[in-house]
Each structure stands twice: as C-alpha cells, then as structure tokens.
Design a protein around this ligand. Sequence first.
Ligand code: ARG
Length: 454
Amino acid sequence: MALWGGRFSGESSALFKLFNDSLPVDYRLVEQDIQGSVAWAAALVKVGVLTEAEGQDLKAALGALLVEVAEDPQQIIASGAEDIHSFVEQALIDKVGDLGKKLHTGRSRNDQVATDLKLWCKAEGEGISERLTKVRSELIELAKREQQAVMPGYTHLQRAQPVTFAHWALAYVEMLERDISRLDDALSRLNTCPLGCGALAGTAYPIDRYELAASLGFAAPTLNSLDSVSDRDHVVELCSAASISLMHLSRMAEDLIFFNSGEAGFIELADDVTSGSSLMPQKKNPDALELIRGKAGRVYGSLVGILTTMKALPLAYNKDMQEDKEGLFDVMDTWSICLDMTALVLSGLKVKRDNTKAAAQQGYANATELADYLVAKGMPFRQAHHVVGEVVVKAIADGVAIEDMTLTTLQGFADVIEQDVYEILTIESCLNKRDVLGGTAPNQVAAALAAKAR
Ligand code: ARG
C-alpha cells in the first residue's frame, strides 16, 4: 500500500507505478534509511511525541529489520514498495502495528531521502578514499621496483627527453594526491544533516537538530530547510571528483596501453589482467586498461546527467531529483572497481628496461643537451637551437645518433664543439642535469620517492 492513499480514490496505473517507483534503485539505501529512522525515533521521544517505551520498541524493531534485510536482501525488491522509505515503514508496521505508523510524525520523505543519501555518500566516500590511497602506494612501490629504469619522455607522442620510469610513476602519484584531497573536500562539505527540515519548511516539532545531526555522525545540521531538501551539490561534487579521478586513471591506462604495444614494448602486463584473442593466438590484450579508459566516459555521462537534471529546478523538492541516485550509484561503483583494477595492474607490471633504455637513446632525445652545451660555450640559445636543428637533419640523413657523429662533422656546425661534447650526450648526463626540484635527475626522484614513502 502506498504511504499517501488517503487523498486518492482511484488506483495508480501499472505504468505509472513502474515509472514512479524508485525501489529498484534506492533499495541500496536500506541501511541508511533504518539508521536515520532510529535517530528520528529517538528525537521524537525527546520532544514527547513518543514515550520512552515506544522509542525502545521502534528501535528494537528497526534493529531486527536491519538483521533480516542483511540475511535476505531479496525481500526488499520483492515487497513491491514504492521506494525504500515506504518499504522500511511498511516492514515496521508489520512488526509493531500502529506504533510503526507514528514514526513518520514531523518527518517527510524529502528530508529523509536527503539524509539517507548523504549517509550513503559518507560511507561510500570512505571506501573510495582507501582505494585511492591503495593505488597511490602501488605506484610508489612500482617506482621503487623500477627506480633504475630509464625511458623516453614524450611530448606530442614524440620522444622528447629521457626520464626515469619512477618519475613517470610519481607524476600519477601527484594526480592521485589531488584526487584524494578533492574527495576529502567534497566529503567534508556534505557532512551536514538535513533531517528535521520536513517537506520544505522545517518540522513543526521542537527537535534539537544539533543533537540529531550528531547522533547520525554528521558534523552539523544544515541551516536552511528549503536548501536542505533540494540540495544535491554533494551528488554533483562526487560525480565531479570521480570524473577527474577517472580522467587521471584513463590517462595512466592510455600511457600503459601504449607502453604495452608491440611498437613500444616497454612493459609486460601480468597474465591475470590481460586476455587473449579468440582468433589470433599471439595476442595478449590490455583489456583491463582499455576498460578503465572506456568506463571514464560513462562516469562523465552521469556528471552531465545530474547537472542537467538539477539545472533550473525551482525550490524546493521536485520529483526530478529522484533521478539523482542511479547515476551516482553507478559512478561510485565504477570508480571503486576501476581503482581496484588499477592497483592490480600496477602490482604485476614489469618494465622491460633494455627496451625502454634503447628507445630513450633513439629519437635525438639528447638534442637539447647539445644546445645547452653550445650555450655553455657562449652561444645564444636561439642560435644554438638552430644549429642543433641542422645537426639533427644531418644525423637523420646519415641514419646515426648525434653521439655517433665524428667530432669533425660536429665542428662543421659549430667550431666551439670539443671532445667533451660526447660526455654530455650520454643518457646519464641528460638525466643528471635535470637536478632541480621536480626534475627527473635520479637523485631528485630518489628524494621525491623518499618523501612520498614517508
Ligand atoms: N523516492 C523519492 C526520491 O528518491 C523520495 C522522496 C519522495 N518525496 C516526494 N515528495 N514524493 O527522491
């Protein structure tokens, strides 16, 4: 039976019920709905709406319901209730009769659903935060394992300058740290309790909302009833934090897919995160990474979805807002599994150091070094850049690396070049010279790693 039958003489159409019911989605809020109901019952006792004994009975029945739904979650959907709030209320009435009908005094599903969803976001957010931290530590472990590996760094997907593999891994650690702080920030802002705001104007009972908020583990109550029941900023913010995080994960996935390609051959992915081809026996496909890259798209879709649903909604609650959960639940599930998958991929990843080093030595990645060398000999940088450009054209034409050109050939481009040029053209020299905070010099990377590992 619906919670609102009194004003109606006709039945809902089956199509309307199918269209209107949110239970198939919001059944996931069952724990939070029960938790919120226990707190509300206690608040009603404090203002004298319920006796102590009634409060105790409701608490016990809600506790029993929590155990029952944990044992048999199927019963929630099977109930055919309109939404999770209707399910909990009906189940309570089935247990304690008329007393169950008193629980909704002074409460609306509008402040109830807002509270449930924030409780869910808090719990789910903690799980995500742990997973972000786990990926961060897997990256740090990978950087330590592969600290000796050198590879080409790219711009425009062209070999630009050599970097250490650990430097690459630590770049993603920076992104992960911003993701963690963005999530923390969203979680601290949503840590306010809408319960007691009623349908839109505030409850008519003198509830101590500070106490109520604290009893549910919120930092504070919300301060305006109209805003409280119609605010879904937290849904937008979590979808946004997830989108940015998935953007980072998909960039990492893309880097690794490229590193894993036959063309690059820089890494080996573990068997447990790759698949074969049904036709081509030689293949080992980076499916896990491609799916992370692909799932980012669906997460962005949910962000745009909730923004669009909320856009131009008049105050206060409107049923449009029931559309907030499906996308959010999918976003948090997807974010969570993508983080778990990323951690697993990183834990089994091996760098093919000979290949990365050979690649770093090709592609004239030390051309900047030669320009800097000419600058050190007194040539203005712009001129040095031009001269080295000509050197590279000649090297390409001859099919050799810069360091393989004879001194006489090099001196043909600039007579200040001497024997000591060969020393600065080595990979080690290229790396060691980037000895600035944030640079790729091995001692800078070691210091960065030590600071992260602390
Ligand atoms: N299922 C609804 C939702 O998720 C609960 C709130 C219903 N409120 C109402 N006024 N019909 O938004």
